[in-house]
Write a protein that binds this ligand. Structure first.
Ligand SMILES: [Zn+2]
Length: 346
């Protein structure tokens, strides 16, 4: 694929929803040439069979080769270097008290755990609201969030951090039994909470959300600004899957509700966790038929419009438009349509 990418993107739009070859190319663009989804990486085996083995959990925690990722307000200590970063992991003896969960084991047999330490334990402050532009990381060791650090982390660390943030957020937000209201108790491996009153077992919750790049008959991309976002920030449309709804139905409904556009040719392009606090982002592309008028919903969306590749490149270069951060699935999907790297804010 060329840096300009017009050829690749143009091919991908052939026909209603694209041919098999075009769809394969779309998938390859996202998975390969542009680096794939930042939070869909990992090298550590989740070792799910060990979760039911409390003796193994106890032994692994007693082993000083075990490594622990300590979280504070959704952040972890990160060692930032020149264009790269790594997690600062500690042996169990140096980990604080807190809810603990098994993250997995690596090929060398090292076990990894996460621990939710006391607030402020790492010196992390509260995170800014979603959509806030953040400063790019500078070299040094300090607490940082997934959003700030993930693109700089290697596969192992990106996977551990994503997994740990997801479990930490679940424990923090699901402390009580949904049946009787009693305080639940984490199982030794930290992947389940049990109610001591009625014995019910509760597992991590995930909210599926769809995010979709819609193109028109001129292969222009539909970008919108959410009312909650700062001026100039735009992205592709997204929304939560509702109860009793398929992901594809959610794509069509959200696009229609937010912009009045009817779509067809809905196709899945990939997913990544977005554990802030508990989403799974399901990425799609879809086609808008010709002759449709954009009518924004005035609730969630402030403005929406079609952009050609040339218009997008020019407006991003001039600073008129700001794209979502590279850690987001939105950024990767926009790049896959564009056909090359695009700058995004942190
Ligand atoms: Zn209960």
């Amino acid at each position: 694929m060329t840096a300009g990418g017009a050829g690749a993107g143009g091919t991908a739009s052939v026909g209603a929803g694209g041919s098999d070859a075009a769809r394969e190319q779309e998938a390859q663009e996202i998975a390969g040439d542009l680096g794939g989804f930042v939070l869909a990486r990992g090298e550590v085996d989740r070792a799910s069979a060990r979760r039911e083995d409390p003796d193994w959990i106890t032994a692994a925690w007693a082993d000083d080769r075990t490594r622990v990722l300590v979280l504070d307000e959704g952040q972890a200590l990160i060692r930032f270097g020149d264009g790269a970063a790594e997690l600062v992991l500690v042996p169990p003896a140096q980990a604080p008290e807190g809810v603990r969960f098994l993250l997995g084991t690596d090929a060398d047999g090292t076990a990894y755990f996460g621990v939710v330490g006391p607030p402020g334990g790492l010196g992390a402050g509260a995170l800014p609201p979603p959509g806030t532009d953040m400063a790019a990381p500078e070299p040094g060791v300090r607490p940082a969030s997934l959003r700030q650090a993930a693109t700089l982390l290697g596969d192992r660390d990106a996977g551990l951090f994503t997994h740990a943030v997801a479990l930490a957020n679940w424990h923090e937000r699901h402390t009580h039994c949904p049946r009787c209201g009693a305080l639940t108790v984490p199982a030794p491996a930290g992947h389940m909470r049990r109610c001591p009153v009625d014995g019910s077992e509760h597992f991590p919750r995930i909210d599926p959300a769809v995010i979709m790049l819609v193109t028109d008959d001129e292969d222009r991309c539909l970008l919108a600004r959410n009312r909650m976002w700062p001026p100039r920030r735009v992205s592709i449309l997204a929304g939560f899957v509702e109860a009793g709804e398929s992901a594809e139905q959610a794509v069509a409904r959200e696009v229609r509700e937010e912009t009045g556009i009817a779509v067809s040719g809905i196709r899945y392009v990939g997913s990544q966790a977005w554990p802030m606090p508990q989403s799974l982002m399901l990425g799609f592309r879809a086609d808008a038929g010709p002759g449709q008028q954009i009518i924004v919903d005035d609730e969630e969306i402030a403005e929406a419009r079609w952009l050609s590749r040339a218009e997008l490149a020019a407006e991003v270069a001039s600073g008129e438009l700001l794209l979502p951060p590279p850690v987001s699935i939105a950024h990767q999907i926009i790049q896959s349509w564009y056909g090359g790297p695009l700058p995004g804010t942190w």
